[in-house]
Design a protein around this ligand. Structure first.
Ligand code: MG
Length: 260
């Protein structure tokens, strides 16, 4: 059975939901406070004709570095002994179809296709079993990274947080099976990355439990669960796709920054 999806559209950011992106209806319920079995639906929405937005507006975005051993190796980093935690600016979020803008400060911007977890409940110093229950759903993300600045700077703050560096969407898959998620990244139609949660050093529930020891996770917060091997550069004119099975394909064009 396909899972239930929700997204946001239009200038107001209304919610729409359905079991396929081609069959969405206006959602008259708040997906954060109403169980999916009690959602109430309105008229059909043709998303092809609507401005589709990022499905959530996170208060914070927690990133996890080097959560796939193959990716740590390709960057010449040792496999970490505990999860590598960083923060990405909430202002870097963009929705599907919006351009990723390459800033003039970097000569090497790379894609990191990832599974993004959306919190549905507050989580603080929680055990992994409680953490899994606090997941509202998952979506696709690109943890866009200025690799040259990441290598040069003592922290990840600048390299990870330029405007447009966090595409999210197109929808949130609710009640996902956290042990059966896969992510594929393509640039101009060519596959660059492929990963499955079974290849992660720490699983989703463990990552949430770990992060919740440092900072309280709130509903709507997003945790980026790390990228599989195969990261590579993005160039002006590229078309980036990140697909999470059951979620759909997040598509964003890539543009060089131009003086406004
Ligand atoms: Mg990443």
């Amino acid at each position: 059975m396909p899972g239930m999806l929700f997204c946001r559209y239009g200038p107001e950011g209304f919610h729409a939901a359905g079991d396929a992106l081609e069959a969405m209806r206006v959602l008259h319920s708040d997906p954060f406070s109403t169980p999916v079995s009690q959602w109430r639906f309105g008229r059909e929405i043709d998303l092809a004709r609507e401005a589709i937005r990022a499905p959530v507006e996170p208060g914070k975005i927690v990133g996890i570095g080097r959560n796939y051993a193959e990716h740590a190796r390709e960057l010449d980093h040792p496999v970490p002994e505990e999860p590598v935690l960083f923060l990405k600016s909430p202002g870097s979020v963009i929705g599907p179809r919006a351009p990723i803008v390459l800033p003039p400060e970097s000569q090497r911007v790379e894609h990191e296709g990832e599974i993004a977890v959306v919190l549905g409940a507050r989580l603080r110093r929680a055990p992994a079993a409680d953490a899994a229950r606090a997941v509202l759903g998952v979506t696709a993300a690109c943890d866009v990274t200025a690799r040259d600045l990441q290598r040069r700077d003592p922290t990840f703050a600048r390299a990870k947080s330029f405007d447009t560096f966090c595409p999210l969407g197109p929808a949130v898959l609710v009640e996902p099976d956290l042990e059966e998620l896969a992510v594929v990244t393509r640039v101009n139609g060519e596959e660059r990355q492929r990963g499955h949660v079974s290849q992660m050093l720490w699983g989703i529930a463990e990552l949430l439990a770990y992060a919740s020891r440092m900072m309280t996770l709130e509903p709507g917060d997003v945790v980026l669960t790390g990228t599989p091997a195969g990261v590579g550069p993005l160039a002006d004119g590229d078309r980036l796709e990140v697909e999470v099975e059951g979620v759909g394909v997040l598509v964003n064009p890539v543009e060089a920054w131009r003086q406004e």
